[in-house]
Design a binder for this molecule. Structure first.
Ligand SMILES: C[S@@+](CC[C@H](N)C(=O)[O-])C[C@H]1O[C@@H](n2cnc3c(N)ncnc32)[C@H](O)[C@@H]1O
Length: 318
């Protein structure tokens, strides 16, 4: 579906009230939306920081950024949109001299617009087997499917997709290569792992695994988290929404580690690491969407929100 045809149908942002409350932005704040997407969270937070708060918005997908630019037109004087990967957060902030930063939001995954665009190959109903967020990147899903060894494919599908049938799927892919269409790949996987007893399509986990491998999602998240704590001012807030258990695990462990003064293994009688806490966790329990929100927008059902407040390692105090 082309951007124009999709006009007026924006991605429904997950946990918007919870994000708003946790970030606690006030008029005049400068903050970063590291995955600006369709600008849904951005609109709410720009309203909360009116009349003079400023947002730096990042997205790796140039088409998403253009959609955000259109939607955020009423705030044009208070926004700066950057087409880049959030794993480059620190250098983006430096390049745009965007200081001090009172909040950073990361809403992982894809927007409804991206998922519904058949040409991108994110869904197993699609024609192409691409899956790149950034069209200038080299590696596509087709490269992985058609050139990885059976063992490499198994590892990608098992690790990123947490797919128990990864071995059978990898074997079937290798047997049916070359595979150039997403629909074709979905059929091959369905043939190897019948739908029987599964609540989701048998190809769902494998597609997710390919998407994560193509775009380096887990690696980008780890790099981002370390930088986010550094760019935030003292008392600045970081909120992350993950939709995948591996991503949420990375966020949970990062928050846990950064909230501790010592990260030595428990068997060490004395601290040797010298680690100092950089964050206070604001979400003792992970925040999930309510039943009402899931009913209204089933795509948010796996959303998990965690937030923390920096303790004084970053820039000037808020
Ligand atoms: C769930 S959507 C964000 C939706 C947005 N919060 C809203 O309210 O409309 C996730 C966005 O993150 C972008 N994205 C994913 N990985 C990225 C990365 N590594 N760097 C920058 N943007 C990324 C995607 O292109 C997508 O637009």
């Amino acid at each position: 579906m082309k951007s124009a045809e999709y006009r007026g149908r924006y991605h429904s942002p997950a946990l918007i009230r919870e994000v708003h409350d946790l970030l606690a932005l006030i008029p005049g704040d400068r903050w970063i939306d590291a995955t600006v997407g369709d600008g849904g969270h951005a609109v709410t937070l720009l309203e909360a920081t009116a009349p003079n708060g400023e947002m730096l918005g990042i997205d790796a997908d140039p088409e998403s950024l253009e959609r955000a630019r259109g939607r955020l037109q009423p705030f044009v004087n208070r926004i700066n949109l950057v087409n880049d990967n959030f794993s480059n957060l620190a250098s983006i902030v430096q390049q745009h001299r965007f200081h001090p930063v009172t909040a950073v939001l990361l809403d992982l995954g894809l927007s409804s617009y991206q998922l519904d665009q058949a040409s991108r190959g994110f869904s197993f109903r699609d024609a192409s087997l691409d899956m790149r967020l950034n069209p200038n990147q080299q590696l596509t899903a087709s490269d992985i499917v058609n050139s990885y060894s059976e063992e490499e494919l198994r590892r990608v599908i098992a690790t990123y997709g947490e797919e128990p049938q990864a071995r059978r799927i990898a074997r079937a892919i290798v047997r049916h290569r070359p595979i150039y269409a997403a629909q074709e790949l979905a059929r091959v996987i369905e043939g190897a792992v019948p739908r029987r007893g599964r609540r989701i399509h048998p190809a769902t986990r494998s597609f997710q695994a390919l998407r994560m491998r193509v775009n380096g999602d887990l690696e980008n998240l780890e790099t981002f988290l370390e930088q986010a704590v550094r760019v935030l001012s003292q008392g600045g807030r970081l909120a992350v929404i993950a939709y995948h258990s591996l991503e949420d695990r990375i966020v949970k462990l990062f928050f846990r580690q950064e909230s501790r003064d010592c990260i030595c293994p428990p068997e060490r009688p004395q601290c040797v690491c010298g680690h100092k806490a950089t964050l206070r966790i604001l979400t003792k329990k992970v925040i999930k969407p309510t039943a009402d929100e899931i009913q209204e927008n089933p795509r948010v059902r796996s959303a998990r929100l965690r937030a923390g407040m920096t303790l004084g390692t970053g820039g000037p105090e808020r």
